[in-house]
Each structure stands twice: as C-alpha cells, then as structure tokens.
Design a protein around this ligand. Structure first.
Ligand SMILES: [Zn+2]
Length: 344
C-alpha cells in the first residue's frame, strides 16, 4: 500500500472533528475564559507538552478547552464525561471506604462494603449511562445507588450486573436499566457512540495474579458483604465518541487486550500506572492506541485518603509520566486532581 493511500485510509478511520467545534475563535475564547473563571480546568503541564504536531495524517486538535467535552475526575477510576446535555459516568466510586489497599499489608478482605449517599450526592446527580469496567470494590459499590438516583443505563458483564443486583435490595425494579455487554459492542446513542472493549485485569505480585478473581454469571449471588465478595467478573474498557468526534478511551485496570484496540485511535486516553507484570505495558498500550494526543492518568490516588482533599499518589504516577514521555513524546500528559475537570 502506498504511503498516500495509507494516509488516506487513516484519515478515513479518524474523521475530523468539526472545525466550528474545535477551532472556532470566539467560542473557544469564551469557553477558555469561562473555564479559567471557574478555576477548575487544567492546562497540560508545561514541561509535559510535546512539540507542536505537524499537520499530516493525524487530526490536530484545537487548543485545550476547545472541544466542548468536559472530563471530571471522581477519584480512582471514576470519571464524568459530559457534552451537550449528556453525562456518562465511568466506574463512579465516591464512598471510598478504607481498605488499606496501598498500605504495606494490602487490602483487608474482610472490609465491609459501604455506599454512602452523603458522600456521593454532593458530586454526582445526573447520568445517562454508567460504564462498569469490572466488579471490584473500588469500582462497583456505588453503582446501584447511582443507577437508581439517575435512572442511567448501566453497562457491564453478566457478573458485574449480577453483583449490582445482589447489592440492591429490590433489584427486580432495577433490571430494566441494566444492559449486559461482553466486549465488541459498538453502541449508537443519540449523536454519540460507546464502544465496549474486551480487556483484561491487572495482575499483581511475583505470580502475576488477578486479585479477587471469579465470575457470577449464572445467578444473582447472596448480598456481597465484604470486599472479597466483589469479584472481578471480567474486565472491559470503553471508548466514547462524542457528537463532535472526540474519542475518549478508558482503562479500569493496568492491562489491556491489544487486538481489541485496533483502529480506535482515541484523542484522549485515560490509563493507569502500574502494569509491572505486563510485558512492555506503556509502550505497547500507547502504540496500540496510536499515540493519543492526551494521556490522563487514572487510578493513581490512594483511596484511603478523602476525595475532598488533593489526591495522594500511591507511588505510580511519576513512573507512568516518564514511560508515556519515552513511548509517546508528543502526547500531552495531563494530571487532573480530585473533582477537577479537563476540557480537551
Ligand atoms: Zn480491580
């Protein structure tokens, strides 16, 4: 295939964002001013901004703040993605009960599961979809409450949805909001899409084991009492494509299944530190994603610490920043703090 033909094919895979949306002068300026006034929108770290891209076979995004899409970090792998009048939540976990996960002894498997509306309601009140990456205690426990509070559609595997049912005292009335997915779905919503991607979970320790493994596909299990009852249940990743064409990919674990990422080419990738047991974790991931314009770290805070305070790094973020800079020097590494927003 000629270079020209390859370039054309790549352009076709990556439709341009509308110029109006991303390059409009007055609108961009107004948006940027509003964001600064609100005091929450982050610009990329100056030191982490790569050299300007050449216009070529890649779409060049406008200045940060011009996409009309807001990403707000809810701690751990919790994100709120909003555009137009739509709100999508990913792994929203705001209760953050103490588990000791990042203490030397690790998470106490007998920790009871708590979901506290008083810690959730101040931060999240609306959602059209809730995307679940896996069943673990730092991802799933607030989803039943938020599904009820928002009326959102919840996407997850059979196991994730059975765990949600098990956590909900009256799950029969929640059923119609639950949508079983398995990875491979490319779902058309009103003007935007969600791709559900087969993925795999982080593997930890010298033996490279998935913590709290297992599935509960056959039936709704007894009500989960401790964090050990919330099994992984398969791991999914997601790509959201907004009406303006901005593509955002999220990974709820520090691992991935490369064949599922072919052709995704997200503009924004939310990826995790860690991955010590994953061969060439960051270089392979960023290559599979074709070197996104923006890399936002996710799941990098010690969630024994409160969401209301600045995030406390559990020890992985600088290694991630450095690995991203080496593997993908043109990607902008944007660290968003608790409850802060970033507008690409
Ligand atoms: Zn997990």
């Amino acid at each position: 295939m000629s270079t020209e033909r390859a370039d054309r094919d790549r352009r076709r895979q990556r439709p341009d964002l509308t110029r109006r949306r991303l390059f409009g002068g007055a609108a961009v300026l107004a948006g940027a001013t509003a964001a600064v006034a609100a005091g929450t929108t982050l610009l990329p770290d100056a030191a982490a901004v790569g050299p300007d891209r050449e216009q070529g076979d890649r779409l060049r995004l406008g200045e940060p703040g011009s996409s009309g899409v807001t990403l707000r970090w809810l701690g751990n792998n919790g994100w709120e993605v909003s555009f137009d009048d739509r709100v999508i939540l990913i792994d929203p976990w705001l209760t953050r009960f103490k588990t000791g996960t990042y203490a030397p002894e690790g998470a106490d498997p007998t920790t009871p599961i708590v979901s506290d509306p008083a810690l959730i309601d101040p931060h999240v009140s609306r959602a059209d979809q809730i995307l679940v990456t896996h069943g673990h205690y730092d991802h799933l426990p607030d989803v039943p409450y938020l599904a009820r509070a928002t009326g959102a559609t919840v996407l997850g595997t059979e196991t994730h949805l059975n765990l949600i049912r098990a956590l909900d005292a009256d799950h029969a009335t929640l059923d119609e909001q639950l949508s079983t997915v398995s990875g491979g779905e490319y779902i058309q919503f009103d003007g935007y899409t969600i791709q559900v991607l087969h993925s795999v979970h982080s593997m930890v320790g010298e033996r490279a084991r998935v913590p709290f493994p297992g599935t509960r596909p056959a039936a709704v299990p007894p009500r989960p009492a401790t964090i050990a009852d919330l099994v992984e249940g398969g791991t999914l990743a997601y790509q959201i494509t907004t009406p303006g064409g901005l593509r955002i990919a999220n990974f709820g674990a520090s691992n991935f299944f490369a064949p599922a990422l072919a052709g995704l080419r997200p503009h924004v990738a939310l990826i995790q530190p860690g991955g010590a047991t994953v061969h060439d974790y960051v270089p392979r991931l960023l290559a599979a994603l074709d070197h996104p314009e923006y890399v936002l770290p996710t799941h990098w805070d010690d969630f024994d610490q409160p969401l209301s305070e600045p995030a406390v790094d559990w020890g992985g973020i600088e290694a991630l920043r450095s690995a991203v800079s080496t593997a993908s020097p043109d990607s902008r590494f944007v660290k968003v703090d608790h409850l802060q927003t970033f507008v690409p």
